[in-house]
Design a protein around this ligand. Structure first.
Ligand code: CP3
Length: 348
C-alpha cells in the first residue's frame, strides 16, 4: 500500500475527505494521443507484458488528466492464458479465445497453479508506485468470476450469453468448478498486485447485468463473495463494478465490497440507497455524454455531485470506460470540474 492517506483510499473506506476524488475507467486508452503513439510500436498484449511500458502508459494517463488514482494498465483477460486458454485481440472484433470452454472436461483441464506467471503486472504496479510514492494511489484490478467465465465459454464478447448460461443451467457443478478456479487464480493475481503496492483492487463484473437477480444469487454471488473476502485479506479495499446492474445492486453489496461501481442508468442517490449506506459508491456519468459539448456535460456532472451530497464514500467516475474517439479535452475538463466544484461545495 503506497498512498493510504490519499483522498481516493479514504473515500473507499468511507472516511470524510475535503473534496470528491475522481478517476476514470479506461483512462489510458485509444482516445489519448500519447497512448495511440505507444500502440503504433507495440500491441496491447506487448504493452501489458512489458512492465516498463505498462507503467509508462499508466503514469502518462494519470498525469495528463490530473486524476486522483492511477489504474494499472493491463487487461481483464490476461489470467486466461495461464489457465490454459490462449486468446488474441482481432482488430474490430475484440478479444477472441481460441478454444472456448464447452464441456465439463474442458473445465477440469484448466490450471490454477500458474498465477505466478502473471507477475509482470505486479512488476508494473511496483514501478508505478515507485514513481508516485504517497502522491497518488494505484488501483490494481481483476475480473469477477462471472465476467471471466462468460469470455471463456462464449469465446469473446457476446450479446445473449447463450453458451455461458447454458453451462450455468445445465451443468451447475462444472459451472461452479469453473468459478471456483477463477476465484483461486484471480485472488492470487490481485494479491500479487497488492503486495507490489496497489492500494485498492477493482473487480470488474462488466457483463453481470445480463443475469436475473435469482440467478445471480444462486449461481454467481457465493463465488464472487468468496473472491472479495479473499482480496480483503490483503488489507486493500475493494471496488466491485458491473453494468446494467440496477436490479442486482442489493445482492452485489452483499459481497461485502467497500465500494460498488454504478453504471449511468441509475440516479446516483437511488443506486446508493440500493447498496445501503454502509457501502460507498463510484460513478456514474454516461461515458457517451463526453462526446457532447461541455455545456451539456457540466450540469450532469454537477447533478451527480448534488445527489452524492458530499456524503463520505463517493468516488466520481464514469458509468463505464472511456470510449475511443472521446474528446480528451472533455475528460480533462470533467476531472478539473469535479475537483473544483466538490471542493467549493464542501468548504461552504
Ligand atoms: O482502465 C484503464 O485505463 C486500464 C486498462 C484496462 C484495459 N482493459 C486496457 C485495454 C482495463 C481496466 C481493462 C479491463 C477490461 N478488459 C474489461 C473490463 C472493463 C470494461 O470495460 O468493462 C474488459 C471487458 C476487457 C476485455 C477487453 N479488452 C475488451 C472487450 C477490449 C476491447 C476490444 C476492442 O478492440 O475495443 C479490450 C482491449 C483493451 N484493453 C483496450 C485497452 C486500452 C483497447 C484496445 C487497444 O489498445 O488495442
Amino acid at each position: 500500500m503506497s498512498a493510504p492517506d490519499s483522498l481516493f483510499v479514504k473515500a473507499c473506506r468511507l472516511q470524510p475527505v475535503e473534496r470528491t476524488p475522481v478517476w476514470f475507467m479506461r483512462q489510458a486508452g485509444r482516445y489519448m494521443p500519447e497512448y495511440r503513439a505507444v500502440r503504433k510500436q507495440y500491441s496491447l498484449i506487448e504493452i501489458c507484458k512489458h512492465p516498463q511500458i505498462a507503467a509508462e502508459v499508466t503514469i502518462t494517463a494519470a498525469e495528463a488528466l490530473g486524476v486522483d488514482a492511477a489504474i494499472i494498465f493491463a487487461d481483464l483477460l490476461l489470467p486466461l492464458e495461464v489457465m490454459g486458454l490462449p486468446f488474441h485481440f482481432s482488430p474490430g472484433e475484440g478479444p477472441v479465445i481460441e478454444k472456448p470452454l464447452r464441456t465439463a472436461a474442458d473445465i477440469s483441464a484448466l490450471r490454477t497453479d500458474r498465477a505466478a506467471d502473471l507477475g509482470y503486472v505486479a512488476e508494473a504496479v511496483a514501478l508505478v508506485c515507485k514513481q508516485f510514492g504517497a502522491k497518488l494511489p494505484v488501483i490494481g484490478f481483476c475480473g469477477a468470476p462471472f465476467t471471466l467465465a462468460s469470455y471463456m465459454i462464449e469465446g469473446g464478447g457476446s450479446r445473449n450469453y447463450i453458451h455461458a448460461k447454458k453451462m450455468m443451467y445445465s451443468s451447475p457443478r462444472a459451472w461452479d468448478e469453473l468459478l471456483g478456479k477463477l476465484v483461486a487464480v484471480a485472488g492470487e493475481y490481485a494479491a500479487q498486485q497488492v503486495r507490489a503496492g496497489a492500494d485498492v483492487i477493482q473487480v470488474f463484473d462488466s457483463w453481470v447485468g445480463c443475469l436475473s437477480v435469482n440467478d445471480y444469487r444462486r449461481y454467481v454471488l457465493p463465488r464472487t463473495k468468496e473472491l472479495i473476502k479473499q482480496l480483503q485479506k490483503t488489507g486493500a479495499p475493494v471496488v466491485y463494478f458491473g453494468t446494467d446492474s440496477a436490479t442486482l445492486l442489493p445482492a452485489m453489496s452483499e459481497t461485502g465490497a467497500e465500494v460498488i461501481g454504478l453504471d449511468w442508468r441509475i440516479p446516483l442517490d437511488e443506486g446508493w440507497r440500493s447498496v445501503g449506506k454502509k457501502t460507498g459508491v463510484q460513478g456514474n456519468l454516461d461515458p457517451v455524454l463526453l462526446f457532447a459539448d461541455w455545456k451539456e456535460i457540466q450540469p450532469q456532472a454537477e447533478e451527480i455531485l448534488r445527489r452524492a451530497a458530499g456524503r463520505p464514500g463517493h468516488i466520481f467516475n464514469l458509468g463505464h470506460g472511456i470510449l475511443p474517439e472521446t474528446p480528451v479535452e472533455n475528460v480533462k475538463a470533467l476531472a478539473d470540474f469535479v475537483k473544483q466544484y466538490s471542493f467549493e461545495t464542501a468548504s461552504r
